[in-house]
Write a protein that binds this ligand. Sequence first.
Ligand code: KG4
Ligand code: ZN
Length: 392
Amino acid sequence: MNLPGACGSVTSLQKPQPSGYSSDGVQCNTVRLTSIPLSMLRILTLETTCDETAAAVVTDSLEVLGSVVVSQDSLHQKFGGVVPEIASRAHLENLLPVIDETLRRAGISLTNLDAIAVATMPGLAGSLLVGLIAAKTLALVLQKPLIAVNHLQAHIYACKVAFKAELPDGGPFPCVGLIVSGGHTSLYRCNGAIDFTLLGGTIDDAAGEAFDKVAAMLGLPYPGGPSIQKAAATGNPKAYSFPRSLLHEDRLAFSFSGLKTAVRYHLFGVGDSKPGSSGAGGVSLIPPVSESEVSDIAASFQEAAVDCLVGKSVQALKQIGLSTLCVGGGVAANARFRKKLEDSAHKNDFRLYMAPPALCTDNAVMGAIAVERYQAGLFEPLDLDVSPGLVR
Ligand code: KG4
Ligand code: ZN
């Protein structure tokens, strides 16, 4: 099977170079392992929470022996968002070839594995089930332990995988963790890799959802985050003053629906939007607006969203009294966000670990968090179920 988006190398992350990751989360600039120490623990991790089908083989020293991510973007593009039924059917088609390719890149066979890990929460129910059933089957047939991965904790763990060489054994913990993706925008006190306390999150839309919806309003392709970033590159972030909801309140909460609505009102006027006049796939609502106007709106929207994310993260650090921030999730791939967060880390004197862009969007490398559960003896029975529930 042809695996779109698959990178051709097998990896050894002896010295993590976050910038060296390819678009599928594989570090491409490293050499194939010729021999694998017998004592090395090898875990197959599966990721099917949303619309990426991914697998990786990771070791207990957080080396990535192989990793494959197959994106479904092209399937969902015409709908302007993820269609759950299409997503689960695509996982069904893609998962076994993705596992085969991952093992091939790792240079090992199924019998060399020590455990099978799978993301079981949160996510789309049908998508999660495909990954879980595959993982259970492998665990049963191979008689290997089954490990459950919390997808949100895994997004933060991507920072530990990427920066393991410069982090102490315990990783970046305790830290404040910001998970900013298509389904979540939440701040956690991360006491350890698998011990999180929710500090607060969005009271309406996730940041990524706002990027996706605003992109659709502007007639830009799905996924909206990268499209907005591209359009914003030539726009003026000060062209329009969109709201930064809750930014100047003490509570650790986000709100992006007002920002999204402000863009809509800017485009259509108050009470004058015409969803019925939408374009292809029913998602493009754009009135006649010039390319430079689209760029200005994209840049002004992006600036407002980024200001909220950066501002609330700093508030969380101050309120909790911690000086380390870890950031993961698809929106954390945003270049403007990364730049403003870096500037803020210098100004406010906190340590910042951002997952490299390829490990921000969904991937199975971050499932390396399974190593922590393996070492803590946290294995699951074969009647394990998925927990799709949205955690905000
Ligand atoms: O973490 P992720 O791959 O999946 C979820 O768990 O939701 O995040 C996907 C989200 C989408 O909303 C997408 O538009 C957004 O991340 N995203 C970005 C960028 N790349 C992906 N948002 C802003 N800027 C980006 N460069
Ligand atoms: Zn995610």
